[in-house]
Design a protein around this ligand. Structure first.
Ligand code: PMP
Ligand code: GLN
Length: 384
């Protein structure tokens, strides 16, 4: 986690966003929207600040947000949660992941099974927890888990199976069959399932099945989500974790010493967001589908092979057809060559498996339509 000069090595997102700022390139690297979220949510945050909700909130989160999260899980997935005991608000999904791993890992004999490529904090937090990382590869172009490889990775040493569905960086939405196998393996080896569903509403080719809804899963599953993606408020850092009370209590025991509490005026605002009518959530998914189609067409026209994402902010493209053999080098040169920033998939892979993703590039589609069209025009210059 510490770079060669002794200071923290910047994450790939910080590095690529700095490159976008320095070169003036379009930032299809870091996954954040370039438009504000719904007015109702922004107004509610202003009202909470004006109304004096600026001191420490309760440790588990403000009651109206805890209730809104429980309502949301019932409304969309039929899951029943006790808001006072089975829900915890965190500083984004990032803190939920960190606190969960730190809480549940006992020591160096524990293993955490993670799909690869994976969001960068997964391997870092597994390392901080002291557990051993076991990875299961997802492969181009559909990025569904190979169930035999999954089965081989899960053993009695497995403490946690860490799932991310819809998946960053690949855009995959896991099949019901794969999710069912994860539940069966967790049951057989008495592992906890931790599922990161921050892109739960950004599904454009569904269905997305929350793993906690599968038979036998809820009692051993912690579900993590976040307001950042759904409500285009990534800077507010309001996330949450829900599941069995004793597991949530263990996460709270760690969270209280990481941030104690967070985001006092933003919490009631996100409660307003979670209670928006169905039309809002349908709009979020339809917008994402349109954006991913604009991006996919642009990438195809520019000569990339493009996977078809089913969800998330992201599209993966293979640059091999453009004569690229090293996507990391290609992405470092791309801002100067084409005025676009993107992220090589190797940034999401462990050293042992980087080779499998050598020519693949992740593009973020969560930008305004005209930005995506501009990016497509710029990328088409790569062919000439
Ligand atoms: N998990 C995944 C898969 C993500 O893509 C992200 C955000 N980019 C996070 C977690 C972190 O979410 P938050 O900003 O709510 O901490
Ligand atoms: N989740 C975002 C992405 O994958 C970025 C989050 C971050 O910068 N840590 O691009």
């Amino acid at each position: 986690l510490i770079g060669a000069d002794g200071s923290p090595a910047p994450t790939i997102f910080a590095e690529m966003s700095a490159l976008a700022t320095a070169t003036g390139a379009l930032n299809l690297g870091q996954g954040f929207p370039d438009e504000d979220g719904p007015a109702e949510v922004l107004d509610a945050a202003r009202a909470a600040i004006a109304g004096g909700r600026n001191q420490y909130p309760p440790g588990r989160g403000v009651p109206e947000l805890l209730e809104a999260i429980a309502e949301h899980q019932r409304r969309f997935y039929g899951l029943e949660l006790d808001p006072a005991r089975e829900v915890l608000v965190t500083a984004g999904a990032t803190e939920a992941l960190a606190a969960t791993l730190l809480a549940l890992v006992d020591g160096p004999d524990d293993e955490v099974v993670v799909f690869e490529p994976h969001y960068d904090s997964y391997a870092a937090c597994v390392a901080l927890s002291g557990a051993r990382l076991r990875t299961v590869p997802l492969r181009w172009p559909d990025f569904q888990p190979d169930l035999d490889e999954l089965e081989a990775a899960v053993t009695d040493r497995t403490r946690i199976i860490l799932v991310n569905d819809p998946h960053n960086p690949t855009g995959a939405v896991f099949s019901r069959e794969a999710l069912g196998r994860i539940v069966a393996l967790a049951d057989r080896h008495d592992a906890v399932i931790v599922t990161d569903e921050v892109y739960e509403h950004l599904v454009h080719r569904g269905p997305h099945v929350p793993i906690a809804t599968l038979p036998g899963a809820a009692a051993r599953t912690l579900t993590i989500s976040s307001a950042g993606k759904t409500f285009r408020t990534t800077g507010w850092k309001i996330g949450w974790v829900s599941g069995p009370a004793e597991l949530v209590d263990a996460v709270l025991a760690v969270k209280q010493f990481l941030t104690y509490v967070n985001g006092s005026p933003f919490q009631p605002a996100i409660a307003v967001g979670l209670r928006l009518p169905d039309a809002f959530f349908r709009g979020v998914s339809a917008d994402m589908r349109r954006k991913s189609e604009i991006l996919g067409e642009g990438l195809r026209a520019a000569g990339f092979d493009v996977s078809t994402p089913a969800g998330s902010y992201f599209t993966v493209a293979d640059a091999a057809a453009l004569g690229v053999s090293d996507a990391a080098e290609f992405c470092r040169a791309l801002p100067e060559r084409a005025g676009v920033v993107a992220i090589p998939l190797t940034a999401f892979a462990t050293r042992e498996r980087r080779d499998e993703y050598r020519t693949l590039v992740r593009f973020a589609a969560c930008k305004r339509d005209e930005v995506l069209q501009d990016a497509a025009t710029r990328l088409s210059a790569l062919r000439s």
